[in-house]
Design a protein around this ligand. Sequence first.
Ligand code: FES
Length: 160
Amino acid sequence: IETPDISLSSKEQQGIDELISHSPQLAGITIDALKLIQAERGWVSDASLHALSLYTQIPVADLDSVATFYNLIFRQPVGKVVLHPCDGISCDLMGGEHIRQCLKQQLNITAGETTPDNRFTLIPLPCLGACDKAPVMIANKQLFENVTTDELPKLLSTFN
Ligand code: FES
């Protein structure tokens, strides 16, 4: 387990205090606290979980299980741009699998991996709630609709 970021920064502490002040139950802040840590650190390491646990008294195991369940919390370092092509049924009916395949080929990585230059991480997600615009993909927190394989190179190049 890494140790460099074992304690929360004062900014992180303030954010957590704010969350606690608005939540009747401590466990209710778990996901927002994890999001806050990720926003500050880019991902949530074991050391970050321990730091959060020490500060909030939420057990590490509880934080870990929520972080693992929630696929927008990254437990490994990610690239500058995280790509979430949808792998839900509606998107697959509209060519979603082809989109994911093209992304893998163009980036030369598989799902869950990051390109060696740390530019892109590929994490497919189930239904993104925009089935009527299928196939869709979130890139850099932005939703792209009716994605085609033809436009993928241009779309990726916008993140240079
Ligand atoms: Fe892709 Fe619903 S299945 S948005």
